[in-house]
Design a protein around this ligand. Structure first.
Ligand code: FAD
Length: 559
């Protein structure tokens, strides 16, 4: 089992002043203005694990322990003394508490509810920075130690297991993992929770509720990832997609006082979230993983009050009249004065027999730490010659025995960054196979063998390779729009000056003015990031467009 229990509480073990800072008297006075002081008595539970209402506490005197309840026992995670404060990022998102806070020494605290805490971090930059930093580092530590309220029971040969682990990881939710094929105490788990190997993946929440092979939406609902959506409230702007473009739009919209709702089918971060390391995004000279960037952006959007809904995608845009309505998975309908489409792109799937059989069981569409662990010391195939394929090849080469990079054309894409081309050429672990395409995937429950063909010589080779990373040819996620906005021949959304008179006539453009930059053929509906025709497929341009779109939303709202 990969569950790591703590040798000592994090407060003691880390000694990290950033994670557990001590507030000055002046800072405490400023916080007190947003809440109220009250006595605490020994044994009192201030926060219960699983409860959605999670107040924020500053300890004035006495002591508060943070523990992970597990059946009838508790594991001590942290201890807050005088001048320290409780909490982690779920206080900003409004998600249920992961841990229990109990008073171990009577005294006095200042208590703030979530609304007052949000007001504090938004208005007091010094205290806001201190709290946000501590919250983020605490969540990172909880993830690193698997200290959450979830145990995933699964098998590395099962695609559902990878999906569940990926969903929790990309949503920054700590969990521990029990591997059916490897962990000695697995029978204990099966017996205790009345599940069998046929039920995997099994998600055990708070040691009580057992979800058998749950969908991502079921997991999100159970763990309380989402607040209820008020369908009667007309939002200033609904942002569809929480990749870099959608998250940037959410941060700017919420920080500028707009009432904003973000819908995301899967997890914050989009394609960038599946990147092992982004090295060309401004301000991160040593690179940053897509997961870390997404986690920070998501927390930032919530700090400003954006509502982000996870694992519920937009199914349809009702565009005949204003306000527009976005229909969501589960039959919900959200009205909006303006809409930002930031649904990005997803890799096109090659037409290979058995592809779906091996997705998550040997075939992957992202190369992060999790996938790299699965193929350590083995040969792997990366399909594609663009930037993302190059990045994956270089990353996997650190742990794989050999990386076969299959490129259908005669070389790497011209758009590939120079630094990646050099690293690929100079890395002896990477074998670049141009004019080569994957032709077959073979195996029973897990991929066991692949075949590829040289397009020039027509020679076919078979190799005992169990891991294939497909990163070629991204297609825009626009099918759900069903003719509401003008698209180019490849399905990307046309905006601004790219919309010709014919496009506008066909869309019955109703206004005297031409569409704004980033505006689609529907007034007040904008497209940003990879989903937009002509967009430069980079994190920076997605973020830039997301932020620009908000200034245009303001204009549209005043029209
Ligand atoms: C492996 C990899 C590595 C990369 N490395 C780099 C790099 O180093 N540097 C760089 O600049 N760029 C890199 N890129 C490119 C960069 O990640 C993309 O350009 C960027 O993520 C585009 O952002 P986006 O928000 O427009 O779209 P996306 O990132 O595609 O996000 C779109 C989001 O919308 C969601 N969505 C889709 N349909 C719906 C719906 N109907 N309802 C609700 N939500 C929906 C998706 O789930 C997704 O989360 C990389 C891409 C990949 C795949």
């Amino acid at each position: 089992m990969t569950d790591r229990t703590l040798p000592m509480p994090l407060t003691q073990a880390s000694g990290d002043e950033r994670m557990f800072p001590s507030l000055t008297a002046a800072q405490i006075r400023r916080i007190a203005a947003h809440g109220h002081a009250r006595p605490i008595r020994r044994g009192e539970v201030l926060v219960e694990a699983g409860k959605r209402v999670v107040p924020f506490f500053v300890v004035l005197t006495g002591q508060v322990e943070i523990v992970r309840p597990s059946g009838t026992t508790e594991e001590l995670v942290a201890v807050h003394g005088a001048g320290q404060f409780s909490g982690e990022v779920n206080m900003l998102s409004g998600r249920p508490a992961l841990l229990r806070a109990r008073v171990s020494e009577a005294g006095e605290v200042i208590e703030l509810d979530r609304e007052h805490l949000l007001a504090l971090v938004q208005t007091d930059s010094e205290i806001g920075e201190l709290i946000m930093r501590a919250f983020i580092i605490r969540r990172v530590e909880l993830i690193a130690h698997g200290l959450g309220d979830v145990v995933v029971l699964g098998s590395n040969h099962c695609s559902g297991t990878l999906r569940v682990k990926e969903f929790l990881t990309r949503n920054g939710h700590p969990y521990s993992y029990v591997d059916l094929d490897r962990d000695a105490d697995v029978q204990d788990f099966l017996d205790r929770f009345h599940v069998s190997a046929a039920d995997v993946p099994v998600v055990i929440c708070r040691g009580e509720v057992v979800l058998r092979s749950p969908s991502n939406q079921q997991i999100a609902d159970f763990l309380g990832f989402n607040d209820a959506i008020d369908q009667t409230q007309i939002r200033d702007v609904v942002i569809v997609g929480a990749g870099p473009a959608g998250l940037a739009a959410a941060v700017y919209a919420a920080s500028e006082g707009l009432d904003v709702l973000v819908l995301e089918t899967n997890a914050p971060g989009g394609q960038a979230g599946s990147s092992s390391k982004i090295e060309n995004y401004l301000g991160f000279p040593t690179g940053i993983s897509g997961q870390a960037l997404a986690g920070r952006a998501y927390t930032q959007a919530q700090k400003f009050g954006a509502q982000v809904i996870i694992a519920k995608g937009a199914k349809r845009l009702v565009c005949e009249r204003k306000p527009y309505v976005i229909e969501i998975d589960g039959g919900l309908r959200v009205p909006a004065r303006a809409v930002i489409i930031a649904t990005g792109a997803a890799y096109q799937k090659p037409s290979l027999e058995n592809l779906s059989l091996f997705e998550g069981a040997g075939v992957y569409y992202g190369a992060t730490f999790m996938e790299a662990q699965l193929c350590r010391g083995e040969d792997v195939v990366v399909v594609g010659g663009g930037n993302s394929a190059g990045q994956a090849a270089v990353y996997l080469a650190q742990t794989a025995k050999r990386v076969h990079m299959l490129v259908r054309s005669s070389g790497l894409a011209q758009s590939m960054s120079r630094y990646l081309i050099r690293r690929i050429e100079e890395n002896p672990v990477i074998v670049l196979r141009t004019q080569t395409e994957l032709t077959a995937l073979e195996g029973t429950s897990h991929l066991e063998r692949v075949r590829w063909r040289n397009r020039q010589t027509a020679a076919t080779e078979a190799h005992e390779i169990r891991h294939v990373f497909i990163m070629a040819g991204a297609a825009p996620s626009t099918r759900w729009l069903d003719g509401c906005v003008g698209l180019d021949a490849k399905g990307f959304i046309k905006t601004g000056a790219d919309l010709l008179q014919d496009d506008l006539a066909a869309a019955h453009w109703p206004l005297a003015r031409a569409p704004h930059l980033l505006e689609t053929s529907l007034p007040g509906v904008f497209a940003v990031g990879d989903v937009r025709a002509g967009n430069i497929k980079r994190v920076a341009s997605a973020v830039g467009e997301g932020s620009i779109a908000i200034s245009l939303v303001h204009r549209a709202l005043h029209e």
